[in-house]
Design a protein around this ligand. Structure first.
Ligand code: C5P
Length: 222
């Protein structure tokens, strides 16, 4: 049982995948279900925080008492995060944002032909990188889904995106990553201190992440 150790804190959590339209019926997406982010939103609410969940398309419903903004594309998520950033003390970006989108969305369904079809992709904004540049006093937490060299890649992301904490998982492990009820993560702070957790439910992982966030806030405030 946790006390209300996030009472008075405002937190933005992003969750789920984004969908990038190709035409009115097709899109590019990934395997994210949103479970990890929704678990964080729920845990933060239970611990007294005021929570805004910014979610891509998922099958989950918002936890009780959590405000939700539903978005579809990476650009919409970017806009929603920026519009709400000024009120936030903590931002946790667990969404699996699409790095690319089709450069031109067709207004009509693309007809098949016997030829191959090329779809040109263009970069989406890296939301975390952009808010890292303007984070001020906020605590910024990122996620990293890796398939190899987990620790090194995660540390690079902390530096590049100006994060306080990164939650890295090796998505090739059984019981970790997309669609799983459990996760196996390593939590790494900006000083390179890290803790590898055993296989846990996503609810348990959420509380460990928030423990670390509370620690960092208390240290910051002396
Ligand atoms: O660089 P990589 O995509 O592995 O970093 C993952 C982290 O960056 C996640 O926290 C994710 O939410 C965030 N991200 C983002 N915008 C993107 C891509 C990733 O905010 N376009």
């Amino acid at each position: 049982d946790y006390s209300k150790d996030l009472e008075g804190r405002k937190i933005i959590v992003t969750a789920g995948p984004t969908q990038e339209p190709i035409d009115p019926v097709r899109y590019i997406t990934n395997h994210s279900t949103g479970k990890m982010g929704y678990a964080i939103a729920k845990a933060a609410k239970n611990r007294g925080a005021e929570v805004l969940l910014i979610s891509g398309p998922t099958n989950l419903s918002a936890p009780d008492g959590v405000k939700i903004i539903n978005v579809v594309t990476a650009n919409e998520m970017y806009e929603a995060v920026l519009n709400n950033l000024k009120d936030a003390d903590i931002v946790i970006k667990s969404a699996a944002v699409a790095d690319y989108r089709p450069k031109n969305k067709s207004d009509v369904k693309i007809k098949k032909s016997d030829d191959d079809l090329n779809i040109e992709l263009t970069r989406n904004p890296d939301i975390l990188y952009e808010i890292g540049k303007i984070k001020g006093n906020r605590i910024l937490v990122g996620f990293a889904a890796e398939t190899n060299d987990v620790l090194n890649n995660a540390l690079k992301k902390i530096k590049k995106k100006n994060l306080d904490l990164i939650v890295a998982n090796d998505i090739t492990q059984k019981g970790a990553g997309f669609k799983s009820e459990t996760n196996i993560v390593t939590i790494i702070d900006k000083n390179g201190n890290y803790k590898s957790l055993k296989k846990m439910t996503k609810e348990e992982v959420a509380d460990v992440i928030l423990d670390k966030v509370v620690d960092m806030i208390l240290k910051k405030e002396g």
